[in-house]
Design a protein around this ligand. Sequence first.
Ligand code: AMP
Length: 392
Amino acid sequence: MIGTPFTSSAKKIMLCGSGELGKEVVIELQRYGIEVIACDAYENAPAMQVADRSYVFSMLDSNELRRVIELEKPDLVVPEVEAIATDTLAEIESEGKATIIPTARATQLTMNREGIRRMAVEELGCKTSPYAFAATEEDYMAAIEKIGLPCVVKPIMSSSGKGQSTVKTQDDALTSWKYAQEGGRAGAGKVIIEGFVDFDYEITLLTIRHVGGTSFCAPVGHIQVDGDYRESWQPAPMSASALESAQEMAAAVTKNLGGYGLFGVEMFVKNDEVIFSEVSPRPHDTGMVTMISQDLSQFALHARAILGLPIPNIEQHGPSASCALVVEGHSENVRFDNISTALAQPDTQLRLFGKPKVAGKRRMAVALARGSDVEAARAAARKVTEEVGVIL
Ligand code: AMP
């Protein structure tokens, strides 16, 4: 049952994190007449611009998180970022004050690369890159020795490539350690050292746990630069046997995390062998392509799943791609022009996120395109981002 917003029957959903992915989730929830409260650490975050109300506080601030949940009494709390006071979410869940999407345990495990890695390998036996954890420089140097070169170093609490680098020679080791110590979300701390996987390609398998079971979107292929997504496309060409292994792995991992919602399961594929990388218990940045490639985008699917609504089928509209528009510089007044020329190409779309500021490198928009094949779609999406003018 869904009631009327701003009345006692309203179904209320609180979003923790209000970026571009959250903005689309809010839009989809608004279509069902949900009362949405958006939270993030800065004012005018993208999802706040389309929500009914917003609160500005750090999602890592346990007291404030609890205070706002107790004040707003949402039916569901929907995390949009990894860095949240997840122990507070676990308490809220066990006190029966709100349902955490997908589950509080899933948010705890995926907030920390160590939690999810150990679950996937030690509980489920998934294949992953060789790995070790280190909290001190001494342990780190020993771990590099054990894993071997090249290897990838990441803070255990980080995302979008922050603090991540590849150690190719012994001379890079100290630089990577220092970089990881600066890039961790919660400041200096533990890192994971992963053997470098020389994969043929990588995919995100968008997996939905819903009232009727588990469904999959067609695999999404993507390219990352410095650990941050730049382009994605769907369907990623894969052999039937690799796809079957990927679906089995995604079903097992998401079943273990539990609850309802959409998950982005990231995997590497080498010679048809599927290697688990990580999972987001929420829509994934590479899944933005589904805004043009599917009748129900990953955001619409997430909304349906968390509202307990059925997902009988997902229609694919054919080869499609997304290309991120990453802006570099400093401004609190970014302007975009030449949009009419950029969008004069058929079967293209553009989403401007409305982020209030850029300081350094920031993803500010995404171009979407369909084409006769994924290469044509990728070229068209790239062309849109190249044509849009950015004024800082
Ligand atoms: P992550 O933040 O763990 O998703 O890493 C971001 C990106 O870095 C991945 O999508 C890969 O392109 C690359 N990457 C991460 N870990 C490895 C690895 N062990 N071997 C090779 N490439 C990796």
